[in-house]
Design a protein around this ligand. Structure first.
Ligand code: R5P
Length: 293
């Protein structure tokens, strides 16, 4: 087995390689003067399993291209199996044609990957209208979740917490994480008017006054969803407000907007490398990849 990365998840990739005691072989990726991709493997691949560990953020478009280039090249060089580990899988939110004429990006992304990889492993992908990754992937797919690790982090670091999921879909994180921590949880009902404008309201009353409110979601993009939830927690006199995202994208200065909105802490897992990373998902990947050794 050889582990590599196109650059987005290099720290995790090296850690996983070390834990599994397999070689980490960096790729050479650059651009020709006209912008065309240049990609080179620096180790023989014939008959080997090649694991590409690379989140599809930052730069979802370029990252997807890099991964396709790497997977196609690995196959071309005789790899016996190509596994993509994308801790964050981009494009999953466009899972239907919301307006006529729109691209269903998740299907297009999966279609391209289906043609060049043998297996995909990801963490908490945005499954909303799709029941599982099998709805779009024809290759073997594995969905891992950071719920347990996040729950343990809260248990060890945050006293007297209550968990809030900022929209109905987030019950899959809020409920499980609250059970892990052993505290109460609720989810909000969110209305999305555009990709930058949302409102939300409480669905089930829980005790918030004086509590450390932990808002958990799969993705923090512009931060608006988190900010709307924080307003509700503030109004209910929370002691402090902590935002935890599995995937911290922080588009359009999302992080500073959240800080301005009164978040006491903003924490993410290292599914996407970022200064807010405090929760390490490496053990999940190590356990899963052990099955491939
Ligand atoms: C969507 O339903 C996701 O679970 C997140 O709530 C959403 O992507 C967050 O986006 P933003 O930070 O831009 O509000």
């Amino acid at each position: 087995m050889i582990i590599t990365s196109c650059g987005n998840s290099i720290t995790i990739a090296k850690r996983v390689a070390q834990k599994l005691n397999v070689a980490f072989s960096p790729l050479t990726i650059s651009q020709f003067p006209d912008g065309d991709i240049y990609l080179k493997f620096n180790t023989p691949l014939k008959g080997k399993k090649v694991v590409i560990i690379n989140s599809l953020q930052p730069h979802s478009d370029m990252s997807l291209f890099d991964v396709i280039w790497a997977a196609e090249t690995a196959k071309d060089l005789g790899a016996k199996k190509v596994i993509l580990v994308a801790p964050y899988l981009a494009y999953m939110r466009q899972d239907k044609r919301f307006h006529s004429g729109e691209a269903i990006s998740s299907r297009i992304m999966a279609k391209h990957l289906n043609s060049c990889i043998d297996k995909i492993i990801t963490i908490d992908p945005h499954l909303h209208r799709y029941k599982s990754l099998k709805d779009i992937f024809t290759v073997q797919s594995v969905c891992l979740t950071g719920n347990k690790i996040i729950g343990q982090y809260i248990k060890n670091n945050i006293k007297n917490p209550v968990i809030i999921g900022p929209d109905m879909e987030s019950y899959q994180w809020a409920e499980v994480i609250a059970n892990e921590v052993g505290c109460e949880n609720t989810v909000l009902e969110k209305t999305r008017f555009s990709s930058r404008h949302v409102t939300s309201k409480l669905t089930k009353e829980v005790a918030i006054t004086g509590k450390n409110v932990v808002i958990v979601d799969d993705i923090i993009s512009t931060g608006q969803t988190m900010i709307e939830a924080a307003k509700k927690a503030k109004a209910a006199k929370a002691k402090s407000i902590i935002g935890i995202g599995v995937h911290g994208l922080f588009a359009e200065n999302g992080l500073s907007k959240m800080k301005k909105a009164g978040f006491n802490q903003i924490i993410t897992t290292n599914c996407i490398e970022h200064a807010t990373n405090k929760i390490d998902i490496t053990p999940l990947l190590v356990e899963e990849l052990k099955k491939e050794k």
